[in-house]
Design a protein around this ligand. Structure first.
Ligand code: ADP
Ligand code: MG
Length: 696
């Protein structure tokens, strides 16, 4: 029988395959590029291309594509076949180093936020040798970065790679203080991905799901998640089959899918892979989202990745577990047995705390989207305010470091019990930190504000950059210190005190915390249009341009793109609502009114009493129809108003202030009508059908 070990990574041109198929020289040179960022030599590229082609052809592959991440929410690919004409009138399969390294997709159809005016329509995609190429559906996928003809980056991967490099450079300086000369420091990420599964036929019957990925109408089902019987519940057979199939596909392209379980809401599930180097984890998460959607269809299901597919039940997010480790495998966030007396850990921890405080706006910006606005602060995801949770034990350590007092603390007691601090810390943190946006969980931080559809490249770029910047300042200060131990202690004490406002160990879901956070001066941007403009705040631009992660122009462009995306997404929803009201909902109610009226007329003609049911319902539905019609006209007018607004920021604000309330005003009478209408007369599957349909 074929085992998982047999096919795991079988479709990936991974290290094992590279070693087997490349000459020692070429392999070692490629490894230097991957591990140490050494420039790629042309002859190495040619040799790799040849080996990649041979490997792919054996798998029946006919095409190759540079696979990249433009500034949309999906990845992009343009397939070219390997064929080249040969003099004998037939074809040969060709793939050169040049094909591997660079391609020229037209950039003009991807968002550029005005960059297009300053550069030509041409764009380049450039091979990223640090993320493995893989085969999917007879195509060789080559992970690539994407930039304009003039070099402005138009994608998510290039800044991520730059941020990883910046962090590595600065973290190496920090480690050097402790006498450690490592080759590199890499960040790792384990993204936990939430999603919903609904029946495909029901999905197709709902224009809102088809066009916007979420329900825009729908009265609550009698049962929701109140019984807490979903989380880790038994998987319905169809879902179980889907997950088995999904794992197989993910494993074959080398994605380390590890955990699958039911989530809190009905029909909601989660897939968590084992963590990997950030760049690979980001590519893996993008590929996972795509594969999930494809595999679901094979099982007559649709995978909804939207942050809020259903009102009134939990939405979906993505927990971004993040840590830093050296090439020798030392995790810089590992507290060890006695964190208080481990200056390196204290310094690294302080740098993360300071980074999150100083650049909280950038982290908030990196998770802002129309979909995620429905979650953050809605008592299901962390609030829109960023804070750091340390857990009881580490918090005591940090408090002592702030006051300068000696700390003997719990570790002794724990050691007496034969238990190390690390498992103890884990135990402490696991159940009480669910409401925190940025929680320390044993040997990593878990950033929980990310939306389920997001490309996690963005949040990791900001996180790496922020930490790199702070480490840079620390290294500048400490490299010249004569008494290093004393200097570290002073720095840690000073910086923790300066940034202690970001530490919060209480319940992040309460109103009291939001008030307290305001007193502490923490930002609270409730919506995307509130958050995004802070991307170009002076100190943020300075940090990101100093570290050479973005240029000024690129940041302004990104700001515009994000605002425009918000506006476009909500406008699609608004237009869908108007169409649904016009084409299905109003006619359905009117039809039913007509049936009631003709029933009443028949009753009257037979001298029978027209009862309270008929008259009451007719009055009720008549009222609803008026309300729906009025609200629909109002929404349509707002759509026109926003569509005429050319300024991206002004348009996004109009959406927030006028379109969203008008959408709510239309939804309310429609949902009220749904519950009084006969099920067979209502044009759409209900919340009950959608949320519990797959179980059946
Ligand atoms: P949870 O309690 O949230 O389920 P787990 O320990 O199961 O936490 O881990 C969740 C995710 O964190 C997984 O994807 C896991 O691989 C990842 N993870 C574990 N250790 C690290 C680390 N050092 N760096 C980054 N991610 C990690
Ligand atoms: Mg988690």
């Amino acid at each position: 029988m074929e085992t998982v070990a047999d096919y795991f990574g079988s479709n990936v041109f991974d290290d094992r395959t590279q070693k087997a198929m490349l000459s020692t020289d070429v392999y070692q040179s490629l490894r230097r590029t991957i591990d140490e960022g050494a420039p790629l030599e042309e002859k190495v590229a040619n040799a790799v291309a040849l080996a990649m082609k041979d490997w792919a052809l054996e798998k029946g592959v006919t095409h190759y594509t540079h696979w990249f991440q433009p500034l949309t929410s999906v990845t992009a690919e343009k397939h070219d076949s390997f064929i080249e004409p040969s003099p004998d009138g037939r074809v040969i399969m060709e793939f050169t180093g040049k094909n591997l390294v660079q391609a020229e997709p037209d950039a003009s159809s991807f968002p550029s936020g005005g960059l297009r005016e300053t550069c030509s329509a041409r764009g380049y995609s450039v091979w990223d040798p640090t993320s493995y190429a893989f085969v999917k559906e007879k195509t060789l996928y080559i992970p690539a970065a994407f930039c304009s003809y003039t070099g402005e980056i138009l994608d998510q991967k290039a800044p991520l790679l730059r941020s990883m490099e910046a962090l590595s450079t600065q973290a190496k300086r920090i480690l050097k203080l402790f006498g450690k000369n490592v080759k590199c420091v890499k960040t790792s990420v384990g993204p936990e991905q939430e999603y919903f599964l609904v029946d495909e036929e029901m999905f197709k019957a709902r224009p809102d799901l088809v066009f916007s990925g979420r329900t825009l109408f729908g009265a609550p089902a009698p049962k929701g998640q109140e019984l807490d019987d979903q989380y880790f519940g038994i998987l319905p057979a169809r879902v179980k089959e889907f997950m088995e199939d999904l794992d197989r596909e993910l494993w074959s392209v080398g994605i380390l899918s590890k955990t699958e379980h039911n989530e809190v809401a009905p029909a909601q599930h989660e897939m968590a892979p084992i963590y990997n180097m950030t760049n690979i984890a980001v590519d893996g998460n993008n590929m996972s989202m795509e594969i999930m959607q494809k595999v679901a269809r094979r099982h007559g299901l649709v995978c909804l990745l939207h942050e809020k597919p259903f009102d009134g039940v939990n939405g979906s997010g993505k927990h971004n577990n993040w840590s830093m480790a050296t090439d020798e495998g030392e995790n810089l966030l590992s507290p060890g047995h006695d964190p208080f007396h481990t200056p390196q850990f204290m310094l690294v921890l302080t740098s993360v705390i300071e980074a999150v405080d100083t650049y909280q706006d950038l982290l908030r910006v990196s998770v802002a989207s129309a979909g995620n606005d429905h979650r953050l602060g809605a008592n299901e995801a962390p609030p829109a305010v960023i804070s750091v949770y340390l857990g009881d034990e580490l918090n005591r350590v940090v408090e002592h470091a702030m006051s300068g007092e000696e700390y003997e603390g719990h570790h002794k007691q724990s050691m007496d019990l034969g238990v190390t601090v690390l498992p103890k810390l884990k135990q402490d943190t696991t159940d009480r930190n669910r409401t925190s946006p940025f929680a320390f969980t044993g040997n990593k931080f878990e950033f929980r504000m990310v939306g389920s559809t997001a490309n996690i490249a963005d949040v990791n770029t900001m996180l790496n950059a922020a930490v790199a910047e702070v480490m840079k300042r620390y290294a500048d200060e400490l490299e010249s210190a004569s008494d290093l131990d004393a200097a570290i202690k002073t720095l840690v004490q000073r910086q923790l005190n300066a940034h202690k406002r970001i530490i919060f160990n209480g319940n992040g879901y309460t109103d009291e915390w939001i008030e307290e956070a305001a007193r502490r001066g923490l930002s609270n941007y409730k919506t995307t249009p509130d958050a995004i403009p802070h991307l170009v705040d002076e100190e943020n631009v300075k940090m990101l341009t100093d570290l050479k992660i973005f240029t000024d122009v690129e940041l302004k462009a990104r700001c515009t793109i994000k605002l425009e995306e918000y506006t476009k997404k909500v406008l699609i929803e608004a237009k869908t609502m108007v169409e649904m009201a016009n084409q299905d909902i109003l006619p359905a109610i009117e039809n039913y009114e007509e049936e009631l009226l003709s029933l009443a007329a028949k009753k009257q003609s037979l001298n029978r009493n027209v009862g309270a049911y008929e008259t009451g319902l007719l009055d009720d539905l008549g009222e609803k129809v008026d309300e729906i019609y009025t609200a629909k006209c109002a929404l349509a007018a707002k759509i026109e108003k926003v569509s005429a607004e050319v300024d991206a920021k002004a348009a996004a604000e109009l959406v927030r202030d006028e379109i969203l309330p008008a959408m709510d005003a239309l939804r309310a009478p429609v949902d009220a009508a749904e519950v009084v209408m006969p099920k067979m007369e209502w044009p759409y599957p209900s919340y009950g059908d959608l949320l519990f349909g797959v179980d059946a």
